[in-house]
Write a protein that binds this ligand. Structure first.
Ligand SMILES: *[C@@H]1O[C@H](CO)[C@@H](O)[C@H](O)[C@H]1NC(C)=O
Ligand SMILES: *[C@@H]1O[C@H](CO)[C@@H](O)[C@H](O)[C@H]1NC(C)=O
Ligand SMILES: *[C@@H]1O[C@H](CO)[C@@H](O)[C@H](O)[C@H]1NC(C)=O
Ligand SMILES: *[C@@H]1O[C@H](CO)[C@@H](O)[C@H](O)[C@H]1NC(C)=O
Ligand SMILES: *[C@@H]1O[C@H](CO)[C@@H](O)[C@H](O)[C@H]1NC(C)=O
Ligand SMILES: *[C@@H]1O[C@H](CO)[C@@H](O)[C@H](O)[C@H]1NC(C)=O
Ligand SMILES: *[C@@H]1O[C@H](CO)[C@@H](O)[C@H](O)[C@H]1NC(C)=O
Ligand SMILES: *[C@@H]1O[C@H](CO)[C@@H](O)[C@H](O)[C@H]1NC(C)=O
Ligand SMILES: *[C@@H]1O[C@H](CO)[C@@H](O)[C@H](O)[C@H]1NC(C)=O
Ligand SMILES: *[C@@H]1O[C@H](CO)[C@@H](O)[C@H](O)[C@H]1NC(C)=O
Ligand SMILES: *[C@@H]1O[C@H](CO)[C@@H](O)[C@H](O)[C@H]1NC(C)=O
Ligand SMILES: *[C@@H]1O[C@H](CO)[C@@H](O)[C@H](O)[C@H]1NC(C)=O
Length: 407
């Protein structure tokens, strides 16, 4: 306590903590306390508003319910679950080993449809962020204490914790008398605010970020007769600044239009922010995708940006006219340096559609059993190259030896 700055810092932190500390006690069937916690948390969440990125900050309130908590037993881990507001919650489960307990996974669930905390949100859904808790192991029957400010950042959320006291596996319902302090509280250094970006923990029952696009069944008609069929899942991979990419899955409900000709056909897919044009052509009784045009407007860092990409020199999805082209495996069509289209489960027929159904399919090489030949061929070519390099090296050495001898 010799350092005046340290004392001041503790005073400030203590002052803050008085304002917003939350106390929770979880009781077991026998009414004995099994988890005890005091903590202060504020959350800052970035979310998509009406065309702009917004952020909102709120506190873990005192009026919360810990009914969803679990004391834990021989087969289940203790869980501290704090439900608050309109469908938000913060939960932490615990493990113990070798006489110590620690926090395991911290899950923050927030309900974007809560108009009070997320005014003007576009995407009204419930989201989860799961991170490894920053709680260091503490001996059983002590209270883990961390007064220092710790910020955890993951995805669109920043959680700031301070004045934390937690004990799980409380024995006999008696809260421990001794505290074990976190490293940041140790008085050797005045710790600045530590911001730790924790990798997201995987086992969460929500969709992982780059989820696969849904397959859309698109039809272009000539009068009332279907003349072009395309079933496919489409994903745009847009590089908007150096090594920053953005994935957009094309809505399978996008409206399809276009035109059919004898040697040319186009498919145009449109939804609110995106237009994609595919242009097919025929060469020597085979059709293929020759041109792709993409116009998309994206909200990036709060401002709407339009991307236009076009490539008319492509040769994808080739098959004989009168049949269809099929490929289940993912393919990547490089339109420009800025835009790549990933395609999934594609089945297209741009010409000679009979009776509204696909004709016999020609499948891509990657789908067939012959697909394995490609890596083998590449391997063989590499092997040959290595042999050639070794041979030329040996020949080179021979030559230089004979050179030395003649000197
Ligand atoms: C549990 O404890 C509370 C007070 O701590 C008491 O009011 C309540 O009656 C107890 N319940 C049981 C089932 O013992
Ligand atoms: C959240 O808490 C941290 C630590 O006390 C503080 O620095 C920050 O200003 C708080 N944010 C808001 C919006 O109150
Ligand atoms: C979104 O913003 C636009 C223009 O800024 C406005 O015309 C529109 O009414 C807004 N929509 C909502 C739902 O607030
Ligand atoms: C929150 O948004 C405001 C403007 O809307 C911006 O000035 C501020 O920097 C944002 N805060 C964070 C933490 O991103
Ligand atoms: C949760 O606890 C509150 C009292 O703290 C009680 O009124 C409510 O009925 C409980 N809800 C459930 C689902 O047990
Ligand atoms: C846990 O295991 C111990 C002995 O292994 C047993 O005495 C106790 O009843 C078990 N508790 C529960 C809740 O199953
Ligand atoms: C804590 O919860 C996470 C996510 O639900 C789970 O993966 C993990 O196994 C749990 N830990 C323990 C010790 O049960
Ligand atoms: C819990 O109770 C048992 C038996 O009464 C006792 O031996 C043990 O020391 C108690 N533990 C604590 C932490 O008080
Ligand atoms: C799309 O077409 C495929 C194959 O013809 C079919 O299995 C699937 O049910 C169709 N999906 C919709 C939404 O019509
Ligand atoms: C998107 O493009 C970037 C840069 O080319 C690449 O690193 C990334 O793997 C791509 N993502 C997907 C899902 O295709
Ligand atoms: C597509 O439209 C159908 C029916 O209108 C709807 O049930 C489905 O949720 C929509 N799919 C998407 C991805 O919007
Ligand atoms: C076209 O479809 C109709 C019913 O969908 C069927 O009766 C007819 O036989 C089909 N014609 C051919 C040539 O497959």
């Amino acid at each position: 306590m010799q350092h005046p700055g340290l004392r001041l810092a503790i005073l400030i932190i203590a002052g803050l903590s008085l304002a917003k500390a939350v106390e929770v006690e979880v009781h077991g069937k026998d009414n004995k306390t099994c988890i005890y916690a005091v903590l202060s948390v504020n959350f800052t969440v970035h979310y998509e508003g009406n065309g702009t990125m917004e952020n909102t900050t709120f506190w873990l309130p005192n009026s919360l319910s810990s009914n969803g908590s679990i004391c834990g037993g021989n087969n289940s881990a203790p869980l501290l679950k704090m439900d608050f507001g309109t469908g938000h919650s913060l939960s932490l489960n615990f493990t113990h080993s070798a006489g110590e307990f620690s926090g395991d996974v911290l899950i923050f669930t927030y309900n974007v449809s809560d108009a009070e905390l997320f005014p003007g949100a576009k995407n009204k859904s419930v989201k989860h962020v799961a991170v490894n808790s920053l709680m260091e192991p503490a001996p059983l029957n002590t209270i883990y204490t961390c007064r220092s400010v710790k910020a955890i950042e993951s995805e669109a959320v920043v959680m700031v914790f301070w004045n934390v006291s937690i004990q799980a596996f409380v024995e006999n319902g008696t809260i421990g008398k001794n505290e074990s302090f976190c490293k940041a509280d140790m008085p050797t250094t005045v710790a600045p605010i530590t911001t730790i970006t924790t990798p997201t923990v995987t086992p969460i029952p929500t969709k992982p970020p780059p989820e696969l696009p849904e397959v859309g069944n698109y039809t272009v008609k000539n009068g009332s007769d279907p003349c072009l069929l395309a079933n496919m899942g489409l994903q745009l991979n847009i590089t908007y600044t150096e090594n920053k990419t953005h994935l957009v899955n094309i809505d399978s409900n996008s409206t399809a239009s276009g035109h059919c000709g004898d040697n040319d056909a186009t498919l145009v897919l449109e939804d609110m922010d995106t237009t994609i044009q595919f242009h097919f052509t025929v060469d020597q009784s085979k059709f293929f995708l020759k041109e792709v045009k993409v116009n998309i407007s994206l909200v990036i860092n709060g401002s709407t940006t339009a991307f236009n990409s076009n490539n008319s020199n492509l040769k994808f999805w080739q098959a004989f006219v009168g049949s269809s082209y099929m490929c289940h495996k993912e393919q990547s069509i490089v339109v420009t340096e800025q835009l790549v289209i990933n395609t999934f489960n594609i089945w297209v027929q741009p010409f000679e559609v009979k009776n509204g159904t696909f004709s016999r399919a020609e499948e891509c090489l990657a789908d067939s059993d012959l697909g394995f030949l490609v890596p083998i061929a590449v391997g063989a070519a590499l092997g040959l190259l290595i042999i050639l390099v070794i041979l030329s090296y040996i020949i080179g050495r021979r030559k230089s030896r004979t050179g030395y001898q003649s000197v």
